[in-house]
Design a protein around this ligand. Structure first.
Ligand code: GDD
Ligand code: MN
Length: 397
C-alpha cells in the first residue's frame, strides 16, 4: 500500500472550526490524537506502533493518529510518512513556515475528525497505556481529562531538584496570576490530556510556547475535568527541547491569558463606582464633622460605611446587574451586601498594612504608598467581590 500524502497545513487563525457536513456524515471519528514532533526520528516508529495497538484494542477504526512535525532536520516527518503505508489510522503534517509545540497541536486539531482530541509527546515519557484511563474519564462525560504527575499514582522518575523546583515554582506563579485557571488543575504543566471538541470549537486560541493545557482550560468551555495519575518517565532517545525560553514564554502566556480573561468592562464599572464612593465618603465626612460636629473616628467610620452602602447599591445595580438579577429577593441581596462589607473591610485592613509596610519598612513616600495601596486594594476588592459576593464563576465579560 502506498504512502499517504502529507496533510495540507491550515493557515490563518488558530480557531478550530465546526466539522463540515460532509466529514460529519462520512468520516466522523471518536478520537484524534496529536503527536507533536521535533527531531523524534528515533521515537516515532515505536510510539506509533504502541499507540495503534492500544487504540485498536479499544476503538478500532474510530481513531486517528496525527503526527505534526515542524520540518525536523532529522526527517521525522518522512519517517512518519513512510509509516502511513503500514498504519491506516496515521496521518502526517509537515509544517515548514511555523514552529512551536502548542501551535503544532492546534494545527493538528484543526484538521482532526474526532469528537475527542488528545495530545501526547512522541518520546514515550508519557506512558501510552494511561490513554485508556483518560478515555474512560471522557466516556463518563468529562470535557477535559488530564494525565497528572501530582495526584495519586503520579510522579516524575529522575528529575533533578532544580527541575522539580522550577516546575513547582512555575505552578505557584500561575496560581498567583491566573488562580481561576491554574487552580482547576493539579498539573497545569502537563502535556498529556484529552479535551472534547465541542469545548474548544470556535474559541480563538492563541497559546505562547509549550503550555497548551493552560490555553485550553482558560479559553475552553470546560464544565468539569477529570485527572489520572501517571509517572513521567525518562527519555530513552533524543533530547528534550525545553530551554529557559520556555519559562519566559510561560510567563508571557500567563500574562496574556490574565489580560484576555480579565473582565475589563466590569472592572471599569467597578472603578467608576469606587470613585463615586470617594466623593460620598468625603461629603458625608464633611457633613458629620461640620454640621453634626461628630468626633473624627466616628465620622470616618460612618462616612466609610455610607460610601460602602453607596458602592454596593451601584455595583449590585450596574457592575454586577446581570448577576444580581439572577439572584432575586431581598434576602439574597442582603447576603451579598454582608459579603461586600466583609470584602471591603478586609481591603481596608490590607490598605493599612500596605501603607505601613511601604512607608515604615521600605521608606517610600507616604502619598506614593497610599496610591499603591489604593490600586492593590481596588484589584483585591474587585476580585474577591467577583468571586464571593456575586459569585461570578466564569469571568463573562
Ligand atoms: N511540532 C513540534 N514543534 N513539536 C515539538 C516542538 C516544536 O517546536 N518542541 C517540542 N516538540 C515535541 C517533542 O518532539 C516531543 O514530542 C514533545 O513536543 C515534548 O517535547 P520535550 O522537549 O520532550 O518536552 P519535555 O519532555 O521536556 O516536557 C514535556 O513534558 C512536560 C511535563 O508533562 C512537555 O510535554 C511539557 O509540555 C510538559 O510540561
Ligand atoms: Mn519529553
Amino acid at each position: 500500500m502506498s504512502n499517504f500524502s502529507l496533510i495540507p497545513v491550515p493557515s490563518g487563525s488558530l480557531t478550530i472550526l465546526p466539522l463540515s457536513q460532509e466529514i460529519a456524515e462520512d468520516s466522523l471519528l471518536k478520537f484524534s490524537l496529536i503527536i507533536p514532533t521535533y527531531n523524534e526520528g528515533d521515537n516515532v516508529p515505536e510510539i506509533v506502533s504502541i499507540l495503534s495497538q492500544l487504540l485498536d484494542s479499544v476503538i478500532p477504526g474510530e481513531y486517528e493518529l496525527i503526527v505534526v512535525d515542524d520540518n525536523s532536520p532529522d526527517g521525522t516527518w518522512k519517517i512518519a510518512q513512510d509509516l502511513t503505508s503500514e498504519y491506516s489510522q496515521l496521518r502526517v503534517m509537515r509544517r515548514e513556515a511555523e514552529k512551536g509545540l502548542s501551535t503544532a497541536v492546534i494545527r493538528g486539531w484543526q484538521v482532526a475528525r474526532g469528537q475527542v482530541f488528545g495530545v501526547i509527546d512522541a518520546d514515550l515519557q508519557h506512558p501510552p497505556e494511561i490513554l485508556l484511563q483518560l478515555w474512560q474519564e471522557m466516556e463518563q462525560g468529562a470535557d477535559l481529562a488530564v494525565a497528572s504527575r501530582h495526584v495519586e499514582g503520579g510522579g516524575v522518575s529522575e528529575w533533578s531538584v532544580i527541575r522539580r523546583f522550577l516546575s513547582r515554582g512555575a505552578q505557584m506563579l500561575g496560581l498567583i496570576i491566573l488562580p481561576e485557571v491554574i487552580g482547576r488543575l493539579s498539573d497545569p504543566m502537563s502535556g498529556y490530556f484529552m479535551v472534547r471538541r465541542d469545548a474548544i470549537v470556535g474559541k480563538s486560541l492563541s497559546p505562547v510556547g509549550y503550555k497548551i493545557l493552560i490555553e485550553v482550560t482558560g479559553r475552553g468551555a470546560i464544565r468539569w475535568n477529570g485527572e489520572v495519575g501517571y509517572v513521567f518517565r525518562e527519555r530513552q532517545a533524543g533530547a528534550s527541547k525545553v530551554t529557559w525560553k520556555q519559562y519566559i514564554e510561560y510567563i508571557q502566556h500567563l500574562l496574556k491569558l490574565r489580560f484576555d480573561l480579565w473582565p475589563v468592562k466590569r472592572f471599569l464599572r467597578f472603578g467608576v463606582v469606587g470613585f463615586s464612593g470617594v466623593f460620598v465618603d468625603l461629603g458625608v465626612f464633611y457633613l458629620l464633622r461640620t454640621v453634626l460636629g461628630l468626633g473624627l473616628t466616628r465620622s470616618a467610620i460612618f462616612s466609610s460605611e455610607v460610601a460602602i452602602i453607596n458602592n454596593f447599591l451601584w455595583n449590585d445595580l450596574w457592575t454586577f446587574g446581570d448577576i444580581s438579577r439572577r439572584q432575586k429577593g431581598k434576602r439574597q441581596q442582603f447576603r451579598r451586601f454582608l459579603k461586600f462589607n466583609v470584602v471591603c473591610l478586609s481591603g481596608l485592613i490590607l490598605n493599612v498594612l500596605i501603607v505601613n509596610f511601604l512607608f515604615n519598612i521600605l521608606g517610600i513616600n507616604e502619598y506614593i504608598a497610599k496610591l499603591v495601596a489604593i490600586a492593590v486594594v481596588t484589584f483585591w476588592n474587585f476580585w474577591f467581590n467577583l468571586k464571593l459576593s456575586w459569585r461570578v464563576t466564569d469571568s463573562g465579560k
